[in-house]
Design a protein around this ligand. Structure first.
Ligand SMILES: [Zn+2]
Length: 99
């Protein structure tokens, strides 16, 4: 009877160990999922940041072009403002005759 009790304790300890092991694996999986979500969120944040930077750059370029209006002409085809020295429109590829 004493040996049966010992086996019982060993089996119980083994079950506790297995349950603990499964619990640890689940914890690890949850942590991995959370980490993956954070990575995705940070990637979106970086993309938004890059988009913001490109928008600012574009705004600066158009503002700079408008400010420097003496170096600008209007394309007769698409009505976009382009550089005075341009021989081809960068928007519609309209060709300007050589002056
Ligand atoms: Zn054009």
């Amino acid at each position: 009877m004493a040996s049966l009790g010992l086996i019982g304790i060993v089996v119980l300890a083994f079950i506790i160990f297995v349950v603990y092991f499964i619990f640890k694996i689940l914890q690890f999986i949850i942590q991995a999922i959370n980490l993956y979500k954070k990575i995705l969120e940070s990637q979106e944040a970086i993309q938004e940041l890059l988009q913001g930077i490109s928008e600012i750059t574009e705004n600066y370029e158009s503002a700079h072009l408008l400010f420097d209006s003496s170096l600008i002409k209007k394309c007769p085809d698409c009505k976009e403002m382009i550089k005075l020295e341009a021989k081809i429109c960068r928007y519609c590829q309209h060709k300007f005759p050589n002056e």
